[in-house]
Design a protein around this ligand. Structure first.
Ligand code: GDP
Ligand code: MN
Length: 389
């Protein structure tokens, strides 16, 4: 299974490889909104399987929201073609990423050398272009290391390769760690190929994976069911994309057939909430896991995402306060509902844990009556959903 860049970068972040800040977008309007809220220079990167997107016109730069909107409108729906891919591939989604000032572009990959029966790491300081081209023109510039799988990876391998490939000194400190993380990804996810081209050294001294190419062995996918679901042959799943667009993981949002929209923190609490709703005779319309450290702004975006599902007749927010504080959640709810460009549905809120008292006070002041227990909340949500039917 081949992954798109944004999916490969999701795995990169899981193992700790630095990636540029960014969001996933499926419409020009998303791009406009994002750049309006985050002024600066951004790269619009077409999310297609084919490589060589830069040359094919699939990578563009925008310095403001209007330009971003215009370029995105031109990219989405466009068919990108290359010599390797004359039939082309339609762009259905973009990755909008911070434009970094590049000091250097390196290349690093890990594949299996079938003859040697070992993973082989390849590094060159000549990144940003086809590695095949480098292999042809300047084969000595490619430095290789065959890893003994029994011994695994050690930082000295990275230090040695950085030195042998003559990577600019700016890479030296970060490189062994990044390569180690890439090796972990390679083994842990059963990859046939992991490639960072370019691995960028920025003018302000950061080392970042600017591109990601990952191919997983289908036989190992059972170990990572969440990744197995990313069907790379079909266009990016709109629900995954929506969760990523508000800063959550791809698997944080799931849709079902019922009428109760659910926001909870943690997949476990989410399952529990769905069960409670079912126990009360209802069914979840969807479930959004807002994760551990939700701030008011994320709660607001989450509210909008969940209510954008037309099946939702009532919203049940169930938060167990830990890192996520009850007062932040309450503030987010009040702010979300203060706008008039939102879809208002009856709301049931249960807050417990850290700062729950404060949260309940904020809600009470805004005219909401929070519930005490999950079952009580589920019962009320189902009653409201049926009443609103
Ligand atoms: P590919 O052509 O499909 O391999 O796409 P890449 O993600 O590798 O991007 C192609 C090229 O675009 C890179 O080698 C860079 O030269 C350029 N590029 C991508 N992101 C940035 C960026 O943030 N800043 C600058 N200056 N160039 C970028
Ligand atoms: Mn590339």
């Amino acid at each position: 299974m081949k992954l798109m860049e944004y999916q490969g970068k999701d795995l990169f972040r899981r193992v700790g490889i630095p990636t540029p800040r960014g969001v996933f977008a499926t419409t020009a309007d998303d791009v406009k909104t994002f750049i309006t809220e985050n002024p600066g220079s951004w790269v619009l990167k077409s999310q297609v399987m084919m490589g060589g997107r830069g040359k094919a016109g699939g990578i563009l730069f925008a310095d403001d929201a209007a330009q971003g909107e215009q370029l995105a409108a031109g990219l989405i729906g466009k068919v990108l073609r290359s010599v390797q891919n004359p039939d082309g591939e339609e762009v259905r989604a973009l990755l909008v990423e911070e434009k970094v000032d590049i000091a250097s572009e390196a290349y690093v990959s890990i594949t299996i050398d079938r003859a040697a029966k070992k993973p082989v790491i390849i590094v060159t300081a000549q990144g940003g272009m086809d590695v095949e081209e480098v292999a042809e023109r300047d084969p000595d510039a490619l430095k290789k290391f065959w890893v003994d799988p029994a011994a695994g990876y050690s930082p000295y391998i990275g230090r040695q390769l950085a030195f042998a490939a003559n990577l600019p000194v700016g890479y030296r400190k970060a490189f062994p760690g990044i390569l180690g993380a890439l090796y972990t990804l390679f083994m842990e996810y059963g990859a046939n190929l992991v490639e960072i081209n370019p691995l960028v050294l920025t003018k302000d001294g950061r080392v970042i994976a600017s591109d990601a190419k990952v191919e997983l062995d289908d036989n190992g996918l059972y170990k990572h069911p969440d990744v197995a679901k990313w069907n790379s042959d079909s266009p990016a799943d709109a629900d995954q994309a929506a969760a990523v667009a508000i800063g959550l993981g791809m698997s944080n949002y799931a849709k079902f057939d019922g009428t109760v929209g659910i926001i909870a923190n943690g997949a476990g609490l989410g399952m529990g909430t769905m069960d409670a709703v079912r126990g009360a005779g209802g069914e979840a319309a969807n479930f959004l896991d807002i994760g551990g450290g939700a701030q008011a702004e994320l709660v607001k975006k989450s509210y909008n995402l969940v209510t954008s599902d037309p099946k939702v007749r009532v919203m049940f927010i169930n938060i167990f306060g830990g890192i996520t504080r009850g007062d932040q959640v309450a503030k987010g709810i009040v702010e979300a509902l203060a706008g008039d460009d939102i879809r208002k549905v009856p709301l049931v809120v249960r807050l417990t844990g850290t700062n729950a008292e404060e949260g309940r006070a904020i809600l009470a002041e805004a005219g909401f009556v929070p519930v005490e227990t999950m079952d009580e909340g589920a019962a009320r949500a189902v009653a409201l959903a049926q009443g609103a039917a």
